[in-house]
Design a protein around this ligand. Structure first.
Ligand code: ADP
Ligand code: MG
Length: 664
């Protein structure tokens, strides 16, 4: 062909300066784009060969070679795929897919630097110019009598085309890196980037460093195959060992016999797994396969609890595996990763527009070839199809959980502590999911049994209609827990951050149902029946005495006859006020002191059946009465919330003093 020189037809503006600036932090995606083009080209050729339109050489081994040369600062990406004719280079490369370019420019105007879906704009090839000053293509089409084409362009709007001496079908792209991008020719960098984006591409990818002598390995000669390049053969001498005989003399014996060996060029190992687990049928995958895949992909050495293998062909194509990770402590923040793939090509992590937010707490891979990734993210968010995908995934997760509750309740309970924050978050975020899970939310009670909400209400029916008591801190609230246990009243344990918003949600969903922290109020079940009059006098005396002793004029005091006489005092705090306080703390609202709200809603409950309380009432002006009041108050506070450092110091000093008094 005659040498050709031409102008890249790009609408008005020159796209290169934009491409070069584009996605500053994600320059490495050129690897993904060029390698996936090569894989596409091979996949196309394989199809043609399947339907008999192309006769491949017998020994063909479809693969993609990436060759880096740090010395020359070049990267070559070589495929043995379909190749391009001159006309095709013209059409696909020179007349940069208009629609793609336009969509891209349109998008760029909105300036969304962090948009990772880029590259699906049909401009993938040109991403090469983010890192290269000059790019060449050598390509030979599979078509009969095609001539090979050489194309080159130095990043301006002009290109040159001429004959190439390429002999075999396929395409070789060479990047002459720009000054800022030399690192991409580094073998380790290249490996890292390719593993990031191409780990599961469907064609084997090999990486070599052209500057280095090929690595070698030694194998037994009988294992050499036609494909191996033998450098030399040699005899490996027998290995011997000295052993002691029964009579004490030593003898040399042969441990391994002499062997014929061959030194060969190291057999190439592809960087990727062309059949990732999610592409297989669930029946073909063992538990160990799932666990190994999890370890490899997420580098999490804690075993996942369980997983869901998504496998859908109709009405859309979607495959993937979602893992429920093990959470070690309740304090560890749960942060998952959902990796999104498009036909085994990595797109990005955690794309909120496609994957429901609460599922991002899981770990998993989702491959959806039908995703319209060539649109902007905001368009994705409003895309009906994407919504369906997201609903489907949510439904599958719900099905798995409810199914497990129904058929493997024991496992469900075993996993509950780990999975409940996820489920609760899901219920808060997703109406449909909440509906589905409604009957499958369980609560661990203070006896370690798991109950549904219905069962919880049933348990407490005789004591408290429609109230579920809960514990937020088993240590702090142990006194209350013991009281509840003695009185045969149930309470559930809700210690996670998500539990507060979640119970508010449950209250709004289940009319009449109330949640109250175990120290919110004293149930009648703890008290003896008394008449108001009976306690009137002692109430007045004690209130006055305590107010004076503690110097708290606005102290709320309530005197009760508690069945358990050993309890002297305790604090109750109204549920509503406490929730308000918690909320203030959480948001640190306006820098206000949270105790300003409802500080006064704490009530000091004194037990008129307790000997010490009786004693105080009878000796309100006694020598040590103030001391006792202070101590009783602190004891009540202690079993309610931690003391402040100052309170603690006083408490310890006072305790010592009391011991001294005792000793005397
Ligand atoms: P897209 O891959 O989205 O179509 P690209 O800019 O990456 O956009 O590639 C444009 C076109 O150039 C491809 O659709 C394909 O026809 C052709 N092409 C690119 N790379 C190769 C290759 N290695 N082998 C054959 N054709 C290629
Ligand atoms: Mg492409």
């Amino acid at each position: 062909m005659a040498n050709e020189h031409g102008n890249l037809s790009i609408n008005s503006q020159n796209i290169f300066p934009i491409i070069k600036k584009w996605m500053y932090s994600d320059h490495d995606i050129f690897y993904r784009e060029l390698i996936s083009n090569g894989c596409d080209a091979i996949t196309k050729l394989k199809k043609l060969s399947l339907i008999g339109e192309y006769e491949a050489p017998d020994d063909i081994e479809y693969k993609l070679d990436v060759k880096v040369s740090p010395k020359n600062k070049t990267i070559k990406i070589i495929d043995n795929g379909i190749g391009m004719t001159k006309d095709e280079v013209n059409e696909y490369i020179n007349q940069i897919a208009f629609s793609g370019a336009e969509a891209f420019l349109e998008k760029y105007k909105d300036k969304t630097n962090e948009d990772q879906i880029i590259g699906h704009f049909g401009l993938g090839f040109y991403s090469a110019f983010m890192v290269a000053d000059k790019v060449t293509i050598d390509t030979l089409s599979f078509q009969k009598d095609a001539t090979a084409v050489h194309w080159e362009c130095d990043g301006g709007t002009e290109y040159d085309m001429k004959d190439s001496d390429k002999q075999n079908v396929g395409t070789e792209i060479t990047l002459y890196l720009n000054e800022d991008s030399y690192e991409f020719a580094n073998e380790y960098k290249a490996r890292e980037v390719i593993e990031k984006y191409c780990s599961f591409m469907p064609i084997p990818i090999f990486l070599t460093n052209e500057d280095e002598e090929p690595k070698t390995e030694e194998i037994p000669e009988e294992e050499v195959t036609e494909k191996d390049t033998v450098i030399e053969t040699f005899i490996k001498e027998a290995e011997t060992e000295e052993v002691e005989k029964e009579d004490g003399t030593k003898e040399t014996v042969e441990k391994t016999p002499a062997k014929k060996m061959a030194k060969i060029v190291k057999r190439p190992v592809p960087l990727n797994d062309i059949h990732p687990l999610w592409t297989k049928h669930p029946n073909e995958c063992s538990d160990e396969d799932y666990k190994e895949f999890y370890r490899n992909v997420f580098h999490d050495y804690k075993e996942p609890l369980f997983w869901i293998h998504l496998n859908m062909d109709y009405p859309f194509n979607l495959k993937g595996i979602l893992y429920f990770p093990k959470i070690n402590t309740e304090y560890e923040t749960i942060e998952g990763t959902i990796k999104l793939y498009n036909n085994q090509v990595f797109v990005a992590d955690n794309i909120k527009e496609v994957i429901p937010e609460f599922l991002l707490l899981l770990k998993g891979v989702i491959d959806c070839p039908d995703l319209p990734l060539n649109v902007s993210r905001s368009a994705l968010q409003n895309d009906g199809f994407v919504k369906k995908i997201s609903e489907y995934i949510t439904k599958k997760v719900g099905d798995k959980l409810t199914g497990m509750y129904k058929t493997q309740k024991e496992s469900y309970e075993k996993y509950w502590d780990d999975i409940n924050p996820f489920i609760k978050f899901g219920c808060l975020k997703d109406e449909k999911f909440a509906e589905k899970m409604n009957d499958y939310i369980i609560f661990k009670n203070i006896d370690g049994k798991y109950l549904t909400l219905k069962e919880c209400l049933e348990e407490n029916k005789e004591h408290h209609e429609n109230t579920v008591f809960y514990v937020t801190d088993e240590t702090e609230q142990s006194q209350y827990i013991n009281m509840f246990k003695e009185a045969g009243i149930d309470a559930v344990i809700l210690t996670h951050n998500i539990d507060q918003p979640f119970i508010t949600h449950l209250e709004s969903k289940n009319e009449g149902v109330k949640f109250a922290r175990i120290d919110a109020d004293l149930s009648d079940s703890f008290k003896e029946e008394t008449s108001e009059d009976e306690l009137k006098e002692i109430s007045e005396t004690l209130t006055e005495t305590f107010k004076k002793a503690l110097g708290k004029d606005n102290l709320n005091v309530k005197v009760e006859k508690l069945k358990n006489a050993s309890i002297s005092s305790m604090i109750t705090l109204s549920e509503q006020d406490r929730r308000m306080q918690d909320m203030m703390k959480m948001y640190n609202m306006y820098g206000m002191d949270p105790s300003m709200f409802g500080a006064n809603s704490q009530t000091l409950v004194l037990n008129a059946n307790n000997e010490l309380v009786k004693y105080i009432a009878e000796h309100k002006d006694g020598e040590n009465t103030t001391l006792m009041c202070e101590q009783l108050y602190d004891l009540a506070m202690l079993s309610h919330a931690p003391l402040t450092p100052e309170q603690m110091t006083n408490f310890i000093a006072r305790s010592n003093k009391i011991m001294e008094l005792l000793a005397k």
